[in-house]
Design a protein around this ligand. Sequence first.
Ligand SMILES: Cc1cc2nc3c(=O)[nH]c(=O)nc-3n(C[C@H](O)[C@H](O)[C@H](O)COP(=O)(O)O)c2cc1C
Length: 333
Amino acid sequence: MQDVTTTAFMRVIGRRGAPDWFVTEYFRVHESSTPEKHIVDSVVNHGTGRPVFAQLIGEDTPHMLRTVRELLRLPVAGIDLNMGCPAPKVYRKNVGGGLLRDPAKVDELVGALRQAIPGLFTVKMRIGFDGTQRFDELLAVLARHQVDLVTVHGRTVKGLYWSEVDYSAIAHAVRSLPCPVIANGDVASAAKASRLLEETGARGMMMGRHAIRNPWIFAQWRDLQLGRAPFRPVLADVRDYVQDLADHCCDQAMTSEQRAGRLKKFLNFIGLGVDADGAFLHEMRRCSNMEELLACCDRRLLQGGRGAEPYADEPYRGLVARPTRETQQGCEL
Ligand SMILES: Cc1cc2nc3c(=O)[nH]c(=O)nc-3n(C[C@H](O)[C@H](O)[C@H](O)COP(=O)(O)O)c2cc1C
């Protein structure tokens, strides 16, 4: 995830039970791009012991191939093509989710990438641009080029991050493709992941925002699958997680105000499981520097016996994370 899946974040998550593999923030590819250093660092130095796929976003085939050659020199598990980013600034350039409008372009790009990638080549896609009318055509292209794995976010590009997820469309992709399919979109808890595995027939689940909110989700699902009682975090565990984010994911060279802004991006999601009335979210959004913010976390997550209270498994109903720069507009390409 853009601006989230940094080297430091992967380590913080890794300490709480890493996913089976990670996917980097996307590498932006255009004629003068070179793989961004901080994303390369997340491939090389994450130290979680898990495989990492490098994700590309772009549409210029020669430059995509050049970038693939550069990335394949790194210890990547494979290359993932982004066909899902819904930010208008991105899709208007016919990259990310914009590619879904043009199956002929997808055919050309995916075919060329397949030829250039001897190992694992995966695709992350949505179910369409503004509807599912081209979904079958797109799935047929991916099948024809023998993509190794497809992750399907069960929303259209126009559905952004908030429309209802169409799990039946994911089940349709599972039936249509010869390769494994990973389901994505609002997989909010380990119990829901198990339910969706059954319902969609997918081979696995990808968690995005729900891993920011609940970094134990991967370990919990592993426990559930092995018939063990899943780890149940309490608010004191959440306070430890917040401290880890403050210490490692907020650049210490920034001002206290800037670091607070950065930490709030994570708290925006974490707060959805703290209290049903949203008091924590309300209070933390009003803090203006890091000292105030951590004091607010102490008050809401530790004091008055709160530390022993359970952290909700799924977001409380009615609470919403405020759209961030990435979910609302996306990054400039
Ligand atoms: C802040 C943020 C950044 C994201 N960046 C990427 C990205 O770089 N590549 C990608 O494939 N998806 C990206 N996504 C989308 C997620 O991978 C995921 O598909 C989406 O959030 C739905 O899953 P969820 O309900 O578990 O969050 C991003 C999502 C968020 C919230």
